[in-house]
Design a protein around this ligand. Structure first.
Ligand code: T46
Length: 140
């Protein structure tokens, strides 16, 4: 399935270094990632029916990969809103700045691995959708 994504995000295929023992994927900052990694976190054990996210970042770049299970990622640049499944350990979603994101439909086994280009900084978050729209429009 092909998705028309909002500006500032992209699906990327991650090369599998497989052999007869199984599979391995290596992610290297500034090599197959378009940024140097400053932080890695993972979301797991999300309870049934719970959605997460509901914010944008002013400056942060991230790559999100469902290394196990699946969830739906909704991305919104203020003009286009697209919901797509993250359900492959060999595909990641690059998320640039000023993209509203929501995560829904977590499978019980979902492990969402995220690499980020800065340390955690709460002041980078925009957690109100109307404020997000105002900031996007002011920057246009
Ligand atoms: C994002 C989506 C995909 C930290 O202390 N350090 C961290 O690096 C992060 C990411 C979070 N936290 C704390 C802050 C909260 O007390 O962990 C708690 C849960 O964070 P939050 O509610 O922001 O989690 P999500 O799942 O809504 O969003 C996260 C990321 O925050 C966000 O950047 O893009 O995953």
């Amino acid at each position: 399935m092909t998705y028309t994504l909002p500006a500032g995000c992209a699906l990327v295929d991650l090369a599998i270094r497989g052999d007869d023992r199984g599979s391995l994927i290596a992610l290297e900052g500034d090599r197959n990632l378009p940024f140097a990694v400053a932080r890695v976190y993972y979301v797991f054990g999300t309870k049934a029916g719970v959605s997460r996210g509901f914010h944008a970042h002013r400056k942060l770049n991230q790559l999100a990969v469902a290394v196990s299970g699946s969830c739906t990622m909704l991305v919104d640049d203020g003009s286009r809103r697209t919901a797509l499944p993250l359900d492959r350990p060999d595909q990641g979603l690059l998320l640039g700045p000023m993209l509203w994101r929501e995560m829904h439909d977590f499978s019980p086994d979902c492990v969402l691995l995220v690499m980020a280009d800065t340390p955690y900084d709460e002041s980078d978050y925009v957690r109100d959708y109307q404020a997000f729209l105002r900031e996007v429009r002011a920057a246009a």
